[in-house]
Design a protein around this ligand. Structure first.
Ligand SMILES: *[C@@H]1O[C@H](CO)[C@@H](O)[C@H](O)[C@H]1NC(C)=O
Ligand SMILES: *[C@@H]1O[C@H](CO)[C@@H](O)[C@H](O)[C@H]1NC(C)=O
Length: 538
């Protein structure tokens, strides 16, 4: 697999907490078949697709892995979303309702939503004409965009919004099959081109896979898909990713996008909380403090592998330095934890008294350590050291020894990814601690800075998003529609004028046989708010 997520072991969909462990899966026809069969036998019956995985228990070593099921309840995700939307609306009204946005406040931002205890983060993406809104994971570790299709019969499609291509006047169909495998899932479908909008930008004829089959455990409601934010070289579809179309066409003010990821360690297992801010086309000085320390993508990565991969100088644990010089780290918003070479993971945990390997549902490479251990973990990139808060290093209580000592899962797991892939995958456990910048030009590079006031900010989920109108997808309720309404309902439809500079670009490609995507400039929204400080829950 070219997609490193395929070998990464864990992706964003891998919720790792005391109460839920979604495991890496090897996916083949069998799994699809199983899922299809399950779907057939339980039509219209909501089921928790991951239960089989959760139920697996470790056989041994010296730690018995205890998975706490008591908090798990059947997902009633649409109610959750409704509740979330209602709360979003209230807070947006309170915070911005009477405020008139000035030009200076206009930003191409999208608020993120955090699932559970930072299991994964999603934004709202609109697809089609009229717009159909979807909750989509923005994943810097892959480069394909897919959405669950209205024809999907997998059980996981039972309670998520589905892409109705027939109801979109701008949808262009191909006969090209699409398939991708991630560390914790796989999907199959067909490629389409359609109008896609995110964070105030619209791209016409964006290649999007309408997915009809999902391997067990690939998706968690209320998310309908993944948008890859890596480079085109990594795209299984061969298409230029949404963000890269905008960057290559000169549509963006600054050829970069940024993330702030919110920490919600106290959230309940499947809660939806404010998840931080995604910004496209601007590096917003109001979102960070101090300097941004950049590290260039090495030549070996530029235009080749397609990852946002940069050299990791070293890893520090309680003041001891473990050298990692020369090893590349993919900076990956779509992975929950941190993947390290197996020998380094071993070396790392050997420095923590009583830390030991744990099997997580039969998977090797994980470690647990006594929860009361004081850990100072830090990563150095470009000569600058960034700490990981102990809250982010702990994946929650996963085991207990005979004396009743609780063991916490360590955020670093060991996985040798094979040649061609970066050695490290640095996911959300690290990224929650920094403001991260992904810059395309003039030199592809990744930057980190301190979060403004040391905390991630939040923004309404729907900023700049087109309203869903009377979209034909069968589940309309979403945080975005509500938040859009609450800002005054003044958000207009996307501008349909095609950017002429973009139209002349030749290095922008659609997926096989599909038209080339075309960037359109941002829609000026009627009331775009600034991001805000604070951690109040929504
Ligand atoms: C499991 O979770 C419940 C609910 O939070 C808690 O009361 C209980 O103590 C937990 N059990 C274990 C073994 O951690
Ligand atoms: C999208 O592709 C279709 C089919 O090639 C074409 O007719 C249409 O003009 C394209 N739309 C834009 C905005 O380029």
């Amino acid at each position: 697999m070219r997609n490193f997520a395929a070998v990464a072991g864990l992706t964003a969909l891998s919720a790792l907490t005391a109460n839920s462990i979604v495991l890496p899966q090897s996916v083949g026809d069998q799994r699809f078949a199983a899922d299809e069969a399950a779907a057939a036998s339980s039509q219209n019956v909501k089921r928790s697709t991951n239960d089989g995985v959760f139920a697996k228990r470790n056989q041994g070593e010296s730690i018995r892995l205890e998975l706490n099921h008591s908090k798990r309840q059947p997902l009633d995700s649409m109610d959750k979303v409704k509740e979330f939307a209602a709360n979003q609306k209230a807070y947006v009204q309170q915070k911005y309702g009477k405020k008139k946005a000035s030009d200076a406040e206009k930003r191409q931002v999208a608020g993120l939503v955090d699932y559970g205890q930072d299991s994964f983060y999603f934004a709202q993406v609109a697809v089609g004409t009229p717009a159909q809104n979807f909750n989509i994971i923005l994943d810097t570790g892959s480069s394909d965009f897919w959405v669950t299709d209205a024809d999907c019969r997998s059980s996981q499609c039972a309670d998520v919004a589905l892409y109705n291509t027939g109801a979109s006047s701008s949808s262009v169909q191909s006969q090209t099959p699409f398939q991708i495998q991630y560390g914790s899932g796989a999907v199959r479908g067909t490629l389409y081109a359609d109008t896609v909008a995110l964070a105030g930008y619209t791209v016409f004829n964006t290649t999007v896979a309408g997915v009809t089959q999902l391997a067990t455990g690939t998706l968690r409601s209320p998310t309908s898909g993944i948008m890859g934010m890596g480079f085109e070289q990594l795209a299984t579809s061969g298409a230029t990713p949404f963000w890269e179309v905008l960057a290559k066409s000169g549509t963006l003010q600054t050829q970069a996008f940024t993330f702030q990821l919110q920490r919600n360690k106290m959230a309940s297992q499947d809660a939806l909380s404010s998840g931080g801010v995604f910004t496209l086309g601007e590096i917003d000085g109001n979102q960070y403090q101090g300097d941004i320390t950049y590290t260039n993508l090495p030549n070996s990565q530029r235009g080749r592998a397609g990852y946002w991969a940069i050299p990791l100088d070293n890893v520090q644990l309680n003041g001891n330095t473990i050298s990692t010089s020369g090893q590349l780290a993919a900076i990956d918003t779509g992975t929950t934890l941190i993947g390290a070479p197996e020998d380094i993971a071993d070396q790392f945990y050997s420095q923590i008294p009583n830390a030991q390997p744990v099997n997580v549902g039969g998977e090797q490479g994980y470690y647990a350590y006594p929860c009361d251990t004081n850990l100072n973990v830090a990563f150095t990139f470009g000569g600058k050291t960034w700490s990981i808060s102990s809250a982010d290093f702990s994946g929650g209580t996963v085991a207990q020894d005979r004396s009743g000592q609780n063991y916490c899962l360590g955020a670093i797991f060991g996985a040798n990814l094979g040649s061609g892939a970066p050695e490290w995958i640095v996911g959300d456990s690290f990224l929650k601690n920094v403001f991260s910048v992904y810059e395309y030009e003039p030199t592809p590079r990744v930057g980190f800075a301190e979060l403004k006031n040391g905390q991630a900010q939040n923004a309404p989920v729907s900023i700049g998003l087109v309203p869903s109108g009377t979209a034909a997808n069968r589940q309309q309720v979403s945080p975005a529609s509500s938040a859009t309404a609450s800002t005054g309902g003044g958000v207009g439809p996307p501008s349909l004028s095609v950017d002429s500079a973009a139209a002349t670009q030749t290095n922008i490609v659609g997926g096989s046989g599909l038209p080339n995507p075309v960037a359109a400039n941002a829609v000026a929204t009627a009331s775009v708010s600034t991001v805000r400080n604070g951690k109040e829950s929504v």
